[in-house]
Design a protein around this ligand. Structure first.
Ligand SMILES: *Cc1c(COP(=O)(O)O)cnc(C)c1O
Length: 423
């Protein structure tokens, strides 16, 4: 596979093939990852990468943009179609290079340096770009954070109290590790009460929203940002959706506010992914993502594990290891050695350091893309519970690893790419 790359650069080729092999042989349970289609990747690997197209379709700062204009317009039209709800006309910008870039562009239009906003605390499932002191959002603006209740659900009373107290310019809702449905209407009521702009960052749940299996942030939110590579299953990238009257300001915040030339090859790949997401099969896929997550969560609870909030409504769950001898880091390493890729994660009331943590985040988008269903989700939960119960049992580890690789072999990934070099 990738014969031109092999001929030109065997060293890089070897790493690329090794990574494809890892994705094929191992099971991806990182909740923010997915496996994009070959069509998406072909668009991403196309000569559109060569084109400078600063500006917007029809209004570029460079010549020769007639074809990339068509592609960007297709992407914009499909994105609007995916996320528009009745009576709430949207504008979209498909140029942000990533979710973080989309957020910084939106903040640039909605706030001045020093202005105040509310977001979900990082250790309770929020994202770095929601006001962490190590991120520009926390350095430029003044962020206050709401947290989860003890039962693991968003504390809307606290959101209201903080909003009344701090009168933020912006309220950000959306998370990287929250297993429950977000009540955008409740956030909307609070934002209206304190006259704040409501922004949703749906980076994780965009695919669920597009498929209609999670409530839409519109019409409650003014602006919505997302990544395109998580549940939405496109190329790595960002996307801004806004009520139509706000999109002009967003456009100039992306370019020239925070970016130079857009990645036209990635925008082409976004167009392809949005086209896939408009198909009926995408809704079936997202329903299966939810079913697999709920089957996995139920099984882990049956096996005596605690989950933050007790379960899941979406594509992810948070295994709470606060009372377990293994830390999140230990569990990540143990499961990784069996071929199950996960990430450690802080849990509410975290007592260990953020580099160690007491939680593991598990998600089903990638395994579901391979075609796995309820039976496989239950089997994987059993393997996870078996391994966590006997972390130093080498025989068990070897057996699980062999069984897991056999299972992955039954759900081949990118078979069209063929083999190509052992790794
Ligand atoms: C993943 C994520 C982002 C950032 O996306 P990148 O493309 O990695 O920059 C932003 N917000 C939330 C809630 C996320 O989960």
């Amino acid at each position: 596979m990738f014969s031109s790359l092999l001929a030109a650069d065997p060293e890089v080729h070897a790493s690329v093939v090794a990574e494809v092999t890892r994705q094929r042989h191992d099971l991806e349970l990182i909740a923010s990852e997915n496996h994009a289609s070959l069509a998406v990747m072909e668009a991403m690997g196309s000569p559109l990468t060569n084109k400078y197209a600063e500006g917007l379709p029809g209004r570029r700062y460079y010549g020769g943009c007639e074809h990339v204009d068509v592609v960007e317009n297709i992407a914009r039209k499909r994105a609007r179609e995916l996320f528009t709800v009745e009576g709430c006309p949207l504008g979209v910008n498909v140029q942000p290079h990533s979710g973080a870039q989309a957020n910084s562009a939106v903040f640039l239009t909605l706030m001045q340096p020093g202005d105040t906003f509310l977001g979900l605390d990082l250790s309770h499932g929020g994202h770095l770009t929601h006001g962490s002191p190590v991120n520009s959002s926390g350095k430029i603006y003044q962020a206050f954070h709401y947290t989860l209740r003890e039962d693991g659900y968003l504390d809307m009373d606290q959101v209201r109290d903080l909003a009344r107290k701090h009168r933020p310019k912006v309220i950000v809702c959306g998370a990287s590790a929250y297993p429950r449905t977000i009540d955008f209407a409740a956030f909307g009521a609070i934002a209206r009460e304190v006259d704040a702009v409501l922004m949703a960052d749906i980076a994780h749940i965009a695919g669920l929203v597009a498929a209609g299996v999670h409530p839409s942030p519109f019409p409650h939110c003014d602006v919505v940002t997302t990544t395109t590579h998580k549940t939405l299953r496109g190329p790595r990238g960002g996307l801004i959706l806004a009520k139509r009257e706000r999109i002009k300001a967003m456009n100039s915040a992306v370019f020239p506010g925070t970016q130079g030339g857009p990645l036209m090859h990635v925008i082409a790949a976004k167009a392809v992914a949005f086209g896939e997401a408009l198909q009926p099969s995408f809704r079936i896929y997202q329903q299966q993502v939810l079913e697999n997550a709920s089957a996995m969560a139920d099984r882990l609870v049956e096996r005596g594990h605690r989950l933050v909030s007790g379960g899941t409504d979406n594509h992810l769950m948070l295994l709470d290891l606060s009372d377990h001898p293994l830390s999140g880091k230990d569990a990540e390493n143990l499961l990784g050695s069996a071929g199950i890729t996960v990430n450690k994660n802080t849990v509410p009331g975290e007592r260990r350091s953020p580099f160690v943590t007491s939680g593991v985040r598990l998600g089903t988008p990638a395994m579901t893309t391979r075609g796995m269903q309820r039976a496989e989700a239950v089997q994987v939960a059993d393997w996870i519970a078996d391994l966590l119960a006997s972390p130093s049992d080498a025989t068990l580890l070897a057996r699980v690893r062999a069984d897991l690789h056999a299972l992955c072999g039954q759900f081949p990934l990118y078979p069209e790419l063929g083999g190509g070099g052992a790794a």
